[in-house]
Design a protein around this ligand. Sequence first.
Ligand code: GRG
Length: 282
Amino acid sequence: MQACLGRVLPEPKIAPERLHQAMRYAAQGGGKRVRPLLVFAAGDVSRASQERLEIVAAAVELIHAYSLVHDDLPCMDDDTLRRGKPTTHIEYDEATALLVGDSLQSLAFQLLAEFVVADEPATQLKMAGILAHAAGSRGMAGGQAIDLASVDKALSLPELEMMHIHKTGALIRASVQLGALAGHELPEAKLKALDQFAKWIGLAFQVIDDVLDAEGNTATLGKTAGKDAKDNKPTYAGIMGISGARDFAYELKDRAEAALSELGESAHRLGEIGRYIVERKF
Ligand code: GRG
């Protein structure tokens, strides 16, 4: 993924140099690469080629990287540490960080327009639409809007779930769908099973994110821990307690695994990633 991003990101020596350097700083500066992993593992199910999956995974990771850059800005979460390094607006400046996010998002869609990533043009167009929907106001950006509006508010569990299904879940769900669509056409039942898996594992990812934030090890996380409580944000750990939230995440992982049962050995790596998502320490 790192090498592929290196190929598709504009060269830092090309003008505007500072913006191009900052784009690399934001997109290549580490991270777990969970969404690319999901793209590759879902691509196993439809036997998609590595070349296609690399491009699709890069597109999803670019959207994710853009969202982190914007999320860290003072007008949003106002954070100074990300992936163990100063956030993009601290390392560069706010205006550059804003443009980095904009440019990473545009590049994601440019990749889906310029490379062949599906058997049929209609499928490729559908894939671009899936990514746009997942990133937009009815997906990630909308979830972020709900998040910003929920500071200092007590949310019920269903309301919290609704926020995270959009903010974190939409892109995770899109990663699995896009990986699957990059290969041979799958029967509707298999696509549905993959989507069920993605839905539960996306929520489990967020529940564990809350747990790790509440447990509060900034050095391991590479981002400021304990921020949700400090910012008075509703979280699973806050509502259920740390151990209750961890149990809930494992229950969600079990539901995700159950959805994979009819996909057989081809979904092996998805199952492994599901377990990693709940067992991770950062
Ligand atoms: C600004 C439009 C816009 C959206 C921001 C993704 C997001 C929405 C905000 C990030 C803040 C946050 C803590 C979200 C919860 C879970 C999450 C997405 C964590 C970060 O993703 P990881 O853990 O990050 O996959 P790495 O660094 O490993 O890639």
